[in-house]
Design a binder for this molecule. Structure first.
Ligand SMILES: [Zn+2]
Length: 438
């Protein structure tokens, strides 16, 4: 049923490179891994908690750049190779002698520790396998490791794993932890609610399921939490390929094999941090295209990958995750459209009515716990500009009446109240923190 649908053109003419750290075959981080505010741009090679392991040139090349800084990549070497690609070796403790004497000379001349040196073509040449320096913990590094990158001639970052499958074996399929659904608009419901929905999945060894049939309504998006394991370490690594199918037809394809530094800001649209009052906050990867996300890793989508069922049939979804070695994992489940019930408040609930709030994308969700009959007729809000508006309930769930208020600059509520005057509340300040997207 599933097939690799995408042909990656830039993959051609992959030469044989030497591995940059012979003897060190475990990764603590992989290419494209999701970090806060950026996609990780290379491999983090573990060095057993020690500095000083030899780092070698992966191919003949000349030094195009040397960096020395207390921040960022610390001590780093950039090589340019005959095929136009660059290799980058960062957080070094020490450079090889030829490089080190160049750096010392420049530091003396400028009387500065920090250096960014661009060298003339072919001025300083290294052979494949020749020592460049020693691994370390310089710059912004949280422990000794080698940060290693391969870039193309336009300095776009490439996934290095395809060159080093032998040194970095991986025989295990990706592991799925959770599947989630996000309501995308005021009409959307997931399991009868307008709320970010997440579930731990069942299964293992490449086969996972969301048990049962999940009821959805309106436009919803699928998200997931998953990671990959390579054979030589227990560190959670990223997964570069994800395909989402609805009833066997592809609706979304993500394939991260190359990216531009400029694109890394899109990670904030690719990831979702659902609003939770209780940390730790978990981040989920979207398997749909958030508005404004122009990331080139999104190779295909049908209607942004948004799921909106239009009949009463049970539909199958399947998320296929593929690691850099081609190991694949399937996460499947069933969805069914269920229209939300009409709002009814048959009686006054006992107890004091209470308001609570949650920001869901650009919607303010307002819950009244223990609602009274009058609340079914609507509640009122006063905006920052002083105008008053009525808001009708969206649905009822048990002893909660739920209202959804579309926030925009004209509808930033300051105060909520009901017709009886018994329920009145100033809104907490965070409800006015509009999400920075339309
Ligand atoms: Zn790194």
């Amino acid at each position: 049923m599933m097939g690799v649908l995408l042909v990656l053109g830039f993959d051609l003419e992959r030469g044989q490179y030497a591995y940059p750290m012979p003897g060190y075959y475990a990764l603590s981080g992989s290419f494209g891994e999701l970090r806060s505010n950026h996609f990780h741009s290379g491999l983090d090679i573990k060095t057993g908690g020690q500095s000083g392991a030899p780092v070698v040139a992966i191919e003949d090349g000349y030094v195009s750049r040397i960096n020395v800084s207390p921040y960022g990549y610390g001590k780093a070497v950039y090589l340019r190779h005959a095929d136009g690609k660059y290799s980058v070796y960062a957080h070094l403790s020490r450079f090889a002698d030829t490089l080190q004497s160049l750096v010392y000379a420049q530091q003396r001349k400028t009387e500065q520790y920090t250096q960014e040196m661009y060298l003339r073509k072919h001025a300083l040449v290294f052979k494949k396998g020749e020592l460049l320096g020693y691994s370390g913990n310089s710059g912004s590094s949280l422990g000794p490791h080698l940060h290693f990158e391969i870039r193309d001639s336009a300095e776009r970052i490439l996934n290095p794993i395809p060159w080093f499958k032998k040194e970095l074996p991986d025989n295990r399929p990706p592991i799925v932890q959770e599947v989630a659904f996000e309501p995308l608009g005021p009409t959307a419901r997931i399991a009868g609610e307008h709320r970010f929905y997440s579930k731990w999945v069942e299964g293992g060894n490449g086969q996972y399921r969301l048990p049962g049939v999940l009821e959805v309504y309106g436009p919803v998006g699928l998200l997931y939490r998953a990671y990959d394991l390579l054979d030589n370490a227990g560190n959670h690594c990223g997964i570069n390929t994800a395909h989402l199918y609805l009833d066997d037809s592809l609706i979304y394809a993500f394939d991260l094999q190359r990216f531009d530094f400029d694109e890394t800001r899109y990670i904030n649209l690719h990831l979702a941090y659902p609003f939770t009052l209780h940390p730790p906050k978990k981040s989920y990867q979207r398997a749909f295209v958030e508005q404004g996300n122009a990331f080139s890793g999104i190779r295909f989508h049908r209607r942004r990958g948004i799921i909106e069922l239009t009949d009463g049939q049970v539909h199958d979804f399947c998320l296929e995750l593929i690691d850099s070695h081609g190991n694949r994992t399937l996460l499947s489940g069933k969805l069914k459209r269920k229209a939300p019930p009409l709002v009814s408040v048959p009686f006054d609930y006992a107890g004091t009515s209470r308001l609570s709030y949650q920001l869901q994308r650009d919607l303010l969700r307002i819950d009244i716990t223990n609602p009274k009959k009058i609340h079914a007729q609507g509640i009122y809000y006063e905006t920052l500009t002083g105008t008053q508006h009525k808001l009708l309930p969206a649905y009822r769930k048990g002893n909660q009446l739920v209202f959804l208020l579309q926030l925009d600059s004209l509808h930033l509520p300051r105060r909520l109240f009901d017709a009886s005057g018994n329920l009145q509340e100033q809104l907490p300040a965070w409800t006015l923190a509009l999400p920075d997207r339309p």
